[in-house]
Structure formats: C-alpha cells, structure tokens
Design a protein around this ligand. Structure first.
Ligand code: PEP
Ligand code: MN
Length: 371
C-alpha cells in the first residue's frame, strides 16, 4: 500500500510526525519513505510493507497529511500502474520532457569513432531540429578482440560538441560504476554543456549490482534495455531495481529478442509490447529498431525495413526512438551495416511524424463512443 501525502508536506510538521508515529505502531507493518523533488513541489510517498491486507484504505485516507491511498495489487511496486493509480508517467531532464504521451528521437552513432564523425552527426541533428542523440563510448562486444569503444578518452569532445550544437541529452551505455563516475566528472570539467541518459544494455539487464549503483544516483535518468533472452516480467523487475534504489527517471527500451525465429532480422522485433509495458508500468517506452532489425534491407514497397519497424513502434505509442545513424557507415567501427545515412535523417523524421500523427488519430478513434 502506498500513502501519497499532500504536496509539500514537511517532515518537520506535527501532522507528519503524528502520521509516522501511528504507522510505527501498526503491528506487522514497516514503512519506507520516498521524496520526489520537482521544480514546483515536493511529493512524498510512504510505502507500507507487510500485512497491509489488514488495513482499510478508507481509514488510511483519513490520517493527517494523507491525500490518497494506492493499494498495490501487482508487482513493480514503484514503477507499476496500480488500480486507481494517478501517479505521474513523466519526468523532465535537462529541459526535455520524457513521458508516456510524447515522443523523443535519439538518432546518433552506435559507437563514437572520430571527433569529425561526432561533429557531422551533431550538426545534422541540430539542423533537423533535434536535441537528443545516442553516442556509445563504452561498448560491450561479443569478441574481446573487437573495438571496445573509446571510453573516457572521447567524453570531453563528445560533451563539448553536444554543447556547441545544442544537444540536451545523450544516451550512453555504461557497464560499470567507473563509467558513471567518468561521465559525471567529465561533464563537470567541461562545464555541463549537455546531459546524459545512462543506458543499461541488454547484456546487463539483470546485472543487479550495476542496477543498484545506477539506481542509487538520481542525477542521470536511465534507459533500461529489455533483456534479450528473459521474460518481460523479469525485465520489468530489473527496472524496478532502479526505482527501489531511488531513481524513478527510468525509460524501458524494447530492442528485439534473441532467437532465430526472427531471422533474417538480427532480433525478433517485439514492438507489439509497447502498449503492454505502458499498461503495466508508468515508464515511457523506447524502441530500438536498429538493434532489432539489424540491417538495411529495403522492402519491395521501397521503404527500409528499419523504417517499417520504427513506424510499427510509433504507431502503437512508443515514446522514444533510439536509432543508429552514421556519416560513413563503411567506416563505422561498430554496427555499420544497420546504420542509416545522414541524407536519410530528414526522411526518417518525416516518416516518424506520419506514424505519430496516425497514432494520435487512432487514439481519438479508440475514444469515440460506441453507438
Ligand atoms: C546499443 O544500443 O548500442 C546496444 C548495444 O544495444 P543492446 O544493449 O540493446 O544490444
Ligand atoms: Mn550497436
């Protein structure tokens, strides 16, 4: 059971003390408090753990400072959507809003290779009205002999160029606590020219110690990729690890499942789960058509299969797109064969716009009363 307190309830107030004294005396119940500081107000939630079935929600609602009571009926206590749950499905980061009702595009390099390519990419994004990108510095690779990413060495120029081209958020995978520290430190040294969304890759979805570390910091939001060989429930629980440690700025990423049933795609595209994740949880949902489809094949109708897959995710309500582009895919050090060309960026964005408009029309239609 969650008690949602009146906004801006102070922990020093008499009401709050009366409430916590009461809760402390309830038999077989313990509680944990979470505060979310927004720009306008501070929201406090109290999680009751233990024999909450014995408590009456109506009684709890009469306690001092309690505005609403949410009875948790399912898993994913913090990020889940529960019965009568009106808790937020959005957050802001560095001036960009991430929500279940909007869409942000993160087009960019799978892996940073040269400062020139980073600059060409960022200039193209700025020229096309984009404020987010993806830039991999730490790459988890199948072979130990493959390029592992430039790591810390590329961060200063990536961040400075992002500042130069007004890029507000860079999605960047981390695989170790030291990477988070290096990102934080380099942002500070370069004067915070941009923001970073920490990405947990599919190979680390159940790296619980990494999840706890990334969950304990609240400076950076997190994009958690779905594990490619585990159930959706297991991946949603991985997201809940982040929230249970304190970080609720979590986006859930669908990137396809590893099985030869998806051949000839690199992974079996799982974007039919976009509305499902939005129903089960309050997380905005990201799709990664590049790592799902994994190639540049063109359908007989003339459109690239990557763009068809993107449209499929967007038309059912995806909130973020992570997509690989490269100024010269033949020279890319990672995943060149699936990268879109910079000349295709305006086309890609127009295609996304069409699919998003179709989604919005479909939602109007779904709300039309039946006669
Ligand atoms: C990536 O986005 O660069 C990546 C490696 O993705 P995934 O973890 O989904 O394979
Ligand atoms: Mn990749």
């Amino acid at each position: 059971m969650i008690l949602i307190l009146t906004p801006n309830t102070s922990a020093d107030s008499a009401d709050y003390r009366q409430l916590t004294d009461y809760l402390g005396n309830l038999p077989n119940i313990s509680f944990r408090t979470h505060q979310e500081r927004g720009s306008a107000q501070t929201l406090t939630e109290i999680y009751l753990i233990g024999n909450t079935a014995a408590l009456s929600a109506a009684d709890m609602e009469t306690l001092p400072s309690v505005e609403r009571v949410v009875r948790i009926s399912e898993e994913y206590r913090i990020l889940g959507r529960h019965h009568d749950d009106q808790r937020p499905t959005e957050f802001d980061y560095n001036g960009v809003r991430f929500a279940q009702d909007n869409l942000n595009v993160f087009a960019g390099l799978c892996a940073v290779d040269t400062p020139e390519h980073v600059e060409i990419m960022m200039r193209a994004l700025r020229d096309n009205g984009q404020v987010c990108t993806r830039m991999g510095a730490y790459k988890p690779r199948t072979s130990p002999y493959a390029f592992q990413g430039h790591g810390k060495a590329c961060l200063p120029y990536v961040f400075e160029l992002a500042g130069k081209y007004d890029i507000k958020v860079i999605a960047m995978e981390v695989t170790h606590e030291s990477h988070v520290n290096e990102i934080r430190e380099t942002l500070r040294q370069t004067g915070n020219p941009t923001g970073v969304m920490l990405q947990i890759g599919t190979r680390n979805t159940q790296n619980f110690e990494l999840l706890k570390i990334v969950g304990r910091q609240t400076e950076f939001p997190v994009l958690l990729k779905r594990g490619f060989g585990i159930t959706l429930d297991e991946s949603l629980n991985a997201a809940e690890y982040l929230a249970s440690e304190g970080n609720r700025k979590v986006i859930f990423g669908l990137r396809g499942m590893k099985t030869n049933m998806g051949d000839p795609h690199r992974n079996l595209v799982d974007f039919a789960h976009v509305p499902t994740v939005k129903r089960l949880t309050r997380m905005p949902v990201c799709i990664d058509p590049s790592h799902s489809v994994g190639g540049r094949n063109r359908a007989p109708d003339g459109a690239l299969e990557v763009m068809h897959a993107t449209a499929q995710g967007v038309i059912s309500g995806a909130n973020m797109i992570l997509v690989d582009f490269h100024p010269n895919p033949g020279k890319a050090l990672v995943d060149g064969p699936q990268a879109l060309l910079l000349e295709e960026l305006p086309l890609f964005l127009d295609d996304v716009r069409i699919a998003r408009e179709a989604y919005e029309k479909r939602i109007q239609l779904a709300r039309r009363p039946l006669h």
